[in-house]
Design a protein around this ligand. Structure first.
Ligand code: PA5
Length: 444
């Protein structure tokens, strides 16, 4: 069962803070539960694991089964909250090498998460000779990166299967009523799935946004939802017994004591895109009004050989949150070598998990002695249910954290600045004045 603690708590947070913080956490909790805080119209994810649309869930499973039977590749088009969750879960539960390892079901390619022509062309080439389907995901239906990528893959589908044939291979996940993608889907007759109005992009992995690609990868999405529902129940408890409450409280106190960076760490490379998902979740939710911890990530032990130096002895900016996923599926033991030329026989017969865990403990001690507090999130395991619980835990802690900081954890006004400049520079109608101003600035 998921648990959270701050290692050597009293070294880093010497004064009791729980009683002082409890009323504020309780208010934050009530805001999340009732949708009465800033951005409350976007708290649909809070009860989603209990209230999700069962009919749509069954359609997701049916669509996934269809894609698995009629396609050798699924192209998933989306960016930000419409991308990272699905990728994180598939990498973590299947493998970062999913496409190389899978025994059945299609390859899954993620596009539309950037503006690289080479990345796009690569996937167009990869699907050239195989049957493929497309899941285009955009809540707004107007985001440039996925919309542009979709044009290419729609064209490729129509060229391959004709307009009629392409129709049954396009799955659009978007707003229930509005947006360019929704209008197109209605006109063209594509199957659609809904991003609920009250769930923002970065909190949407447990909606069709994440669930359809995850189900296509063969993951048990019912178990994922059940794990999230279990954590939702635990988060009803408005007390320090709730792990999300503890995590939000500890990171807030570390922030107040001067830490400005939170490094999320994991010892499993399969967790890489969950780290990316977490960075978006916390970065977009907290980073506003001149406030917020900067969310960064490290993959251990690889990054101990790069970032480890800074963490140990650089500017004391950060604390670490280490996600522990428990025992590996494979218990590999180090082989004996009679010659012992590499001097490693002291490890012969030891499992890789044993070695990893000693590295983890050694790092924990070294980094805390170097003045870096370490929060430990023990996820309990790496099953779909464990990951569902972990996802909900982070989402709930993020909502609480936003309200502790007195910011709206559900908007992202800062994301618009680059978009307006990009539209102006691209000559989008309506941006003429801005285009002239920006071009003048660029030419200086
Ligand atoms: O969290 C968010 O709201 C953003 O990251 C969005 O998910 C991202 O910008 C993509 O938006 P959309 O789904 O509307 O294309």
């Amino acid at each position: 069962m998921l648990d959270v603690k701050l290692f050597q708590m009293h070294t880093f947070l010497p004064l009791p803070y729980e009683d002082a913080l409890a009323p504020r956490l309780k208010r934050a909790h009530e805001k999340l539960q009732t949708g009465s805080g800033a951005g409350g119209a976007f708290t649909g994810w809070v009860h989603l694991p209990r209230d999700y649309d069962r009919e749509e869930f069954a359609r997701i499973q049916a669509a996934a089964a269809r894609i698995r039977s009629d396609s050798k590749a699924l192209v998933v088009i989306g960016i930000g909250g419409s991308y990272l969750g699905a990728r994180g879960v598939i990498d973590c539960l299947c493998s970062p090498n999913y496409n190389l390892k899978r025994k059945d079901g299609p390859n899954i390619y993620f596009v539309g998460n950037g503006l690289s022509a080479d990345a796009l062309q690569e996937v167009l080439d990869l699907v050239e000779d195989v049957d493929f389907s497309v899941n285009v995901i955009s809540k707004s239906g107007t985001t440039t990166e996925p919309a542009v990528a979709f044009r290419f893959f729609r064209e490729a589908l129509v060229a391959r299967y004709g307009k009629e044939g392409a129709r049954s291979r396009i799955y659009a996940t978007t707003d229930r009523h509005k947006g360019a993608l929704k209008s197109l889907a209605d006109e063209e007759g594509w199957e659609t799935f809904v991003v609920p109005d009250d769930v923002g992009g970065r909190y949407s992995v447990l909606t069709a946004v994440g669930l359809l690609p995850i189900a296509v990868a063969g993951v048990d999405i019912q178990a994922l939802m059940d794990g999230a529902a279990g954590m939702m129940e635990r988060c009803q408890d408005a007390s320090f017994d709730c792990p999300a409450w503890r995590y939000a409280a500890i990171r807030y106190e570390l922030y107040r004591s001067g830490r400005s960076v939170e490094l999320l760490a994991c010892y499993d490379p399969a967790f890489r895109f969950m780290l990316e998902w977490w960075k978006q979740l916390f970065g977009e939710s907290e980073g506003k009004d001149d406030k917020g911890l900067f969310p960064a990530s490290v993959e251990f032990t690889a990054d101990l050989h790069s970032m480890g130096q800074y963490i140990q002895e650089g500017k004391r900016l950060m604390f670490e949150t280490v996600v522990r996923l428990g025992a590996s599926a494979h218990q590999l033991s180090v082989p004996v070598d009679e010659a012992d030329g590499d001097g490693l026989n002291f490890l012969a017969g030891k499992t890789m998990d044993f070695i990893r865990d000693r590295a983890m403990e050694g790092t924990l001690l070294a980094h805390t002695e170097g003045g870096v507090p370490n929060i430990i999130v023990d996820a309990g395991g790496k099953t779909p249910a464990d990951l569902g619980a972990l996802i909900y835990f982070f989402e709930y802690a993020c909502g609480l954290s936003g309200y502790l900081l007195d910011v709206n954890p559900f908007d992202q006004p800062g994301v618009e600045a680059y978009k307006k400049n990009m539209f102006a520079l691209l000559g989008k109608p309506g941006y003429e004045d801005r285009k002239a101003q920006l071009e003048a600035k660029l030419s200086k």
